[in-house]
Unconditional design. Structure first.
Length: 237
């Protein structure tokens, strides 16, 4: 196999071609890496801006965002597989999930706080899920959904379960098949103490205990009732 190498010198537009011989082994050696996944190029979208990527306004109401669809379809056509999309981040970790009747006028409300660049909290109603996941993405697109861990009040677990159920129902409607990849529990827990979500002496052991407890709740109350396995969790970010 011949590869042409080009050397570009400063201030001199001259290309010097040299032949380099490469002799790849006939079989995969033991030291080789595993194959690079075709969906290596994937995306993380913050929960507070996800709607902007998913839908666009029209005279009849929100419709799928054609720019997003065309861009991701182009990538899918190039790689042969749709990208993986993780929805969440810091705003997703601080989300509160409300019934449509509790928040009828807006799918999302953003709460800001002085000193925080990102939203301090967001509230999402159920329509946010059905509107933003249904038909807004290229065929085969799979999703990781971030559920809150930052909250520790008496309603925190029920809030997490509600959001997880709504996400799973929206991501995996019967007409689209199983497009759910995993849940992610929390986001950047190393920042919790500095942002008043935990005490200053918050430890790694405490985080692991909290994560395991929340993951177990998700297994028992969200995943298993849908016939899904218990290992569908994204690792720490």
């Amino acid at each position: 196999m011949l590869v042409h190498a080009f050397l570009v010198l400063p201030f001199l537009a001259v290309a010097i071609a040299a032949d380099v011989t490469i002799s790849p082994p006939a079989s995969v050696p033991d030291y080789a890496s595993t194959p690079v996944p075709r969906n290596l190029i994937s995306f993380g979208i913050a929960a507070h801006s996800f709607e902007e990527y998913a839908v666009q306004s029209s005279s009849s109401g929100p419709v799928p965002n054609t720019l997003t669809i065309h861009l991701l379809e182009s990538l899918t056509n190039s790689t042969g597989v749709a990208p993986l999309i993780r929805v969440g981040g810091t705003s997703g970790d601080r989300a509160t999930f409300l019934l449509n009747s509790e928040q009828p006028d807006h799918t999302i409300k953003i709460v800001k706080k002085p000193g925080f660049q990102l939203p301090f909290n967001i509230t999402l109603n159920q329509r946010w899920f059905t509107q933003n996941f249904h038909n807004s993405w290229p065929k085969g697109t799979k999703f990781i959904f971030d559920v809150p861990l930052a909250r520790k009040d008496s309603l925190a677990v029920e809030n997490m379960v509600r959001g997880a159920k709504w996400a799973l129902d929206a991501i995996t409607p019967a007409v689209r098949g199983d497009l759910f990849q995993a849940f992610e529990v929390g986001n950047e827990p190393n920042l919790y103490a500095g942002q008043d979500f935990r005490k200053q002496n918050y430890t790694l052991d405490q985080y692991v205990t909290e994560w395991r407890n929340r993951a177990q709740v998700l297994r028992e109350r969200v995943l298993q009732p849908k016939g899904l396995g218990g290992a569908q969790f994204q690792g720490l970010t």
